[in-house]
Design a protein around this ligand. Structure first.
Ligand SMILES: *Cc1c(COP(=O)(O)O)cnc(C)c1O
Length: 457
């Protein structure tokens, strides 16, 4: 039954770039090679690019490079353009805001858009209590502020993080990452009072959530002690670590321990938040109601914006002037974020993330039956990963296979599909598409992955 006159009928999106892959040159093509030579002369070697094709346009789920190649984008700028590249309502809201006010600095003369974003965050983050927000520019800055706020509130210094975590590249956050290389090597001295403790990695530790949490808590009590701990920072679903979904009960058990001991539980939902997981925040899927929630990446459709949102009494412990920064909560980024929240609601995007999970996992389970290098398939919503192992080790040592991931990513790129790697050992292929990625495009990408798997040497 169709009723096109019905006002609530979702409007099919109109794309300015054809939603299909098309490769017309070598990858990278000649114009990308030219730009790359210029870049090598002037851009720091400390900044790398996974695939040096230079992008000229992006729309929906597709990137177009300067040589006219079109790529299906399963990275979305690491989960940033969650609602689609150059999404119409985000472009319109940002363009309108550019005409009105670009900058005043909220800590000098405030504006409504900042307040509106804080209202939307209070409404959509987990937990049914009074919440407040501070807006900043990047994920790492949100982590830094979350830790500052927790320290001020508790009067304690200690910060605990989980193994396989990734929290950023600033001085404090590089001490909070699991991997030293490339994030911290040579950049010391690192910030002190950061303790690393085991988390839950069901594929490799085989522990129940409650047992994994007991191990985490025992380590915390032994190595730092609750009395000195300001906060425990967790990614409900770990991002760079490889999309580990903790075993059931892990996060609620940690939360109960934190509450009992006056430790602030901070959920770093910078990658897993903003509809990515099929819920607004992945915490909701895992029984977690954190004291503070960090948002960034997908919050403003591609513009830089990040937030710390949480219990009002914790957020208000900071003295006036202690939080903020020149660009934090920029009006254009805030206007875009309001459009993102509206698009999630109006276009039913939580359901789109759930659709992507169903289509991707069904296709990947079929591939697993045929290729024994596929060890684990995991994730939620439009945040799904495969962990690769060496042939013949799937049921035994589960020996990491980074080579398979590198070969598959390179083959897929040559066919017009952009995949990202992840994982402590580089042996995870992650799918972080925008919610504009159709089932047909997912099937197409899976067929490329199938060909790549058949070619693995
Ligand atoms: C990307 C990311 C960060 C850092 O965000 P930036 O905006 O790059 O500073 C922190 N935590 C998680 C979980 C991330 O995925």
């Amino acid at each position: 039954m169709t009723d096109s006159s019905h006002a609530a009928e979702p409007v099919a999106p109109v794309y300015s770039v054809p939603q299909e892959r098309k490769i017309v040159t070598a990858i990278p093509g000649p114009r990308s090679e030219e730009l790359h030579a210029r870049r090598l002369a002037v851009v720091s070697d400390g900044v790398s690019s996974a695939l040096p094709v230079y992008i000229e346009r992006a729309n929906g789920a597709v990137l177009v490079d300067v040589d006219g190649n079109r790529f299906l984008d399963f990275g979305a700028g690491i989960g940033v353009t969650t609602i689609g590249h150059t999404e119409t309502s985000v472009v319109a809201a940002a363009a309108a805001q550019l005409q009105d006010v670009i900058h005043t600095l909220f800590t000098i003369t405030p504006y409504e858009e900042y307040v509106r974003v804080a209202e939307l965050l209070a409404e959509h983050t987990p937990g049914d209590w009074a919440k407040k927000t501070v807006l900043v520019n990047s994920g790492a800055e949100a982590v830094e502020n979350g830790v500052k706020i927790a320290r001020k509130y508790t009067g304690r210094r200690g910060v605990a993080v989980l193994d396989h975590a990734y929290h950023g590249r600033t001085n404090l956050t590089m001490a909070m990452n699991y991997k030293a290389y490339p994030y911290a090597t040579g950049y010391g001295p690192l910030a002190g009072d950061v303790t690393h403790v085991p988390g839950s990695y069901p594929y490799r530790d085989g522990l129940s959530g409650v047992d994994a949490a007991a191990r985490t808590i025992a380590t915390l009590e032994k190595t730092v002690g609750a009395a000195d701990l300001a906060c425990l920072v967790v990614e409900p679903i770990q991002g760079e670590g490889g999309f580990m979904v903790p075993a059931e009960g892990f996060l609620p058990t940690l939360q109960a321990w934190c509450t009992e001991n006056g430790v602030v539980l901070i959920a770093d939902e910078i990658q897993s938040g903003m509809a990515r997981s099929g819920a607004y925040y992945a915490s909701e899927l895992l029984g977690l109601e954190p004291d503070l929630v960090l948002s960034a990446k997908g919050i403003a459709g591609g513009l830089p914006l990040a937030a710390v949102t949480g219990r009002a009494e914790i957020m208000d412990a900071s003295q006036p002037g202690g939080l903020g920064g020149t660009f934090g909560g920029n009006p254009v980024a805030c206007a875009a974020a309001v459009a993102v929240f509206e698009a999630i609601e109006q276009n039913g995007l939580l359901a789109e993330a759930q659709r992507i999970e169903r289509t991707l996992t069904a296709g990947l389970e079929q591939l697993r039956e045929r290729y024994d290098v596929i060890g684990d398939i995991r994730g939620r919503g439009a945040m799904i990963a495969i962990e690769f192992v060496q042939p013949g080790t799937r049921e035994t040592s589960k020996t990491a296979n980074a080579d398979a991931v590198a070969q598959l990513i390179s083959y897929a790129a040559s066919q017009g599909v952009l995949f990202l790697s992840a994982g402590t050992w580089g042996n995870v292929l992650r799918f972080l598409p925008s919610l504009a990625m159709s089932d047909a495009l997912i099937e197409d990408a899976l067929s490329v992955l199938d060909d790549g798997l058949a070619r693995l040497g």
